[in-house]
Ligand binder design. Structure first.
Ligand SMILES: C[S@@+](CC[C@H](N)C(=O)[O-])C[C@H]1O[C@@H](n2cnc3c(N)ncnc32)[C@H](O)[C@@H]1O
Length: 373
């Protein structure tokens, strides 16, 4: 963990900022079209800058919000918590620089408060005090991966329907130390809100990270975030870090998925889809590889002899996989042409029924007229 106030930005942090940017870009205008005031909060804000001058996450968000407010008479609040006071001072100075690039009338409607203190309970106290709970709120909890976000904090945030969270989660600490060390195990219990995750100790080594990732998604669901998505980042030394997103809104899920699919592949991020039984590692590519989705849909359709509509498969894709509903129709066409499924009618629209492939009955051979007996 870096000791200096400011440190080098590594590639996976670049991917994280790209993801954040691509999510907040539609998030802010969509919500500002319906609400007068929305809030963005961070519990582990950092100093707002990296050594080569790249912006930290609070500044990435600030720039997007300033743009969103340019032509809208609305308000955005940013609540930023950081426990290192040198970093909080640097953050204030970086926010000041970001403000200097914006017109006064945008700055008047973009409120930023920075706070020195522990993410928990300072973040909740500030959100309460500033009246941000209950209206649209996006919370980034980007620690070094801990796990160090108490489940009780997630539960408090999850009580409010319009809150969304993005949490950084590093599985290796738990797989390396927690089995034998009581103190580390209770840190895991506090983060997961129980002991369910101890099942990791019985998993084969190749499944441990995926198991913890799914346990953490389940933790977010128990806290009230009914839809979750996991974004996997791998640093240069092959350390795995997950960003886990939670929301109650299908639109939020859809927009986050679009953001995930558009993150630049140069960052070396990747997905493993939990619904893909072969657990194939899928490099994010500009032309996405839909082979795992093909397997997932084939298996899903196979469970329903009476068939499923394309619309149902799109909903399943949105809610249960990392893929986008927009990828389904073309894929079903290709699967039908390759005789992997049968479609009824042949033409693929939202109402088309997709069934397990049934080989058409062979035509009976025509009677041989040339033979008498
Ligand atoms: C991964 S960095 C945040 C990076 C930032 N989100 C970004 O993307 O630019 C984590 C930050 O959390 C701070 N931190 C660590 N433990 C904390 C705690 N318990 N409460 C608040 N901040 C903490 C660290 O000082 C560090 O600046």
């Amino acid at each position: 963990m870096p000791k200096d106030v400011v440190w080098d930005r590594d590639p996976h942090t670049g991917a994280k900022h790209d993801l954040l940017r691509k999510y907040l870009q539609p998030w802010a205008p969509i919500l500002l079209s319906r609400f007068d005031s929305i809030t963005y909060a961070e519990g582990f804000s950092g100093p707002g800058v990296y050594t080569k001058g790249e912006p930290g996450s609070p500044v990435v968000a600030f720039d997007i919000f300033a743009e969103a407010l340019l032509h809208r008479p609305k308000q955005i609040r940013m609540v930023l918590v950081e426990d290192d006071k040198r970093r909080e001072a640097e953050l204030q100075s970086q926010v000041g620089k970001a403000r200097a690039r914006q017109p006064a009338e945008v700055n008047r409607r973009l409120h930023v408060s920075t706070h020195v203190g522990e993410c928990h309970p300072v973040l909740l106290e500030q959100l309460h005090a500033q009246g941000c709970l209950g209206s649209p709120l996006f919370v980034l909890l980007d620690s070094y991966g801990g796990p160090d976000i108490p489940f009780s904090l997630l539960q408090e945030l999850g009580k409010h329907r319009s809150t969304e969270v993005m949490v950084t989660f590093a599985p290796s600490f738990l797989t390396r130390f927690a089995e034998r060390d009581e103190r580390h195990r209770s840190a895991g219990d506090a983060a997961f809100g129980g002991t369910q995750w101890h099942g990791v100790f019985e998993q084969p080594p190749s499944q441990k990270f995926a198991f913890l990732r799914d346990q953490y998604r389940d933790t977010l669901r128990r806290a009230g975030f009914s839809h979750t998505l996991a974004f996997e980042m791998v640093d240069e030394k092959s350390h795995v870090l997950y960003l886990i997103f939670g929301t109650r809104h299908e639109l939020g899920l859809e927009k986050m998925k679009e953001a995930m699919w558009s993150v630049d592949r140069d960052y070396g991020v990747r997905y493993r889809d939990p619904k893909d039984t072969q657990q194939q590692q899928l490099a994010l590519e500009l032309a996405p590889n839909t082979e795992p989705l093909r397997r997932i849909l084939l298996e899903h359709v196979g469970k329903s002899p009476e068939g499923m509509t394309v619309a149902e498969l799109k909903t399943y894709t949105l809610l249960e996989t990392v893929y986008k509903p927009g990828q389904v129709t073309n894929l079903i066409r290709r699967m039908r042409d390759a005789s992997a499924v049968t479609t009824n009618p042949h033409r693929v629209t939202a109402d088309t029924l997709v069934l397990p492939y049934v080989r058409p009955p062979e035509k009976p051979a025509a009677p041989d007229q040339g033979v008498l007996f």
